[in-house]
Design a protein. Sequence first.
Length: 298
Amino acid sequence: MVVRVLSIQSHVVSGYVGNKSACFPLQVLGFEVDTINSVQFSNHTGYECFRGQVLNDMELEDLVEGLKRNKLDRYTHLLTGYIGSASFLHKVKSVVEHLKSVNPGLIYVCDPVMGDNGKMYVPEELLPLYREHIIPIADIVTPNQFEAEILSGLKISNEGDAVKAMEWFHQQGVNTVVFSSTDLGNDKELMGMASSTSNGTGTKLQIRIPRLPVNFTGTGDLFAALLLAWMHHSKNDLQVSIENTVGSMQAILHRTFKFAQAEEGGSTSLSPKSLELKLVQSIEDIQKPERKVKAVKF
């Protein structure tokens, strides 16, 4: 069967976040990708201003109904990212349930985009919806540390706390949990954590990811898409998938940083425009990532 992804998340006309960040890597790695844009903005919200539209739950239902009537609703994977309203998230649940009824083997990858650095940037009413309705029907989840904490209700201060939080997700029915970033690293390294369960056995990994001295936008969306692709291609080998994902991410971010410094003439204050991810320029690093950063089982 041809691998087909339905990706429901944000979209920008210019730049790379949401579907713009996820679609190209998935296509490069051999997936047919259909997109539904939860919002359509001129650019991401880190710029001085942005304009655009927000899709509502009834418009989402219309789009899915069109797919149903034309028998275009058979997917191997579903990917969700930024969703800005409770009514839209409610509708996403029904979409997941429908797609799984069409293809019981569908893999749902949920990136529960809610906030970072101790602050939520979506309405608070989305939290119980994610916790009670969305997480239990997800196969793979990719929260950052803040999102993992507010979903599980557990504070993560050390590796033991991270393991307990990952176990909480497994108890909800999630097969694979990846904390895309945590605060357990140091000034030079981020630490990622991952756990998967299959047929009563489990794998737990940590990976130390070199930091760059800038913050990028769209990296979480890119991470979730790459992980989806490599979990499929590796037949759910978590270590291979994490190392390939991080390998591509590191190459893309280093290239983006290098381009930004050249564009800004060596300035230490880099603009949002110069820091847009250089995905097209990194096609070979997406297709054939170098696994320079190794994940360690623990």
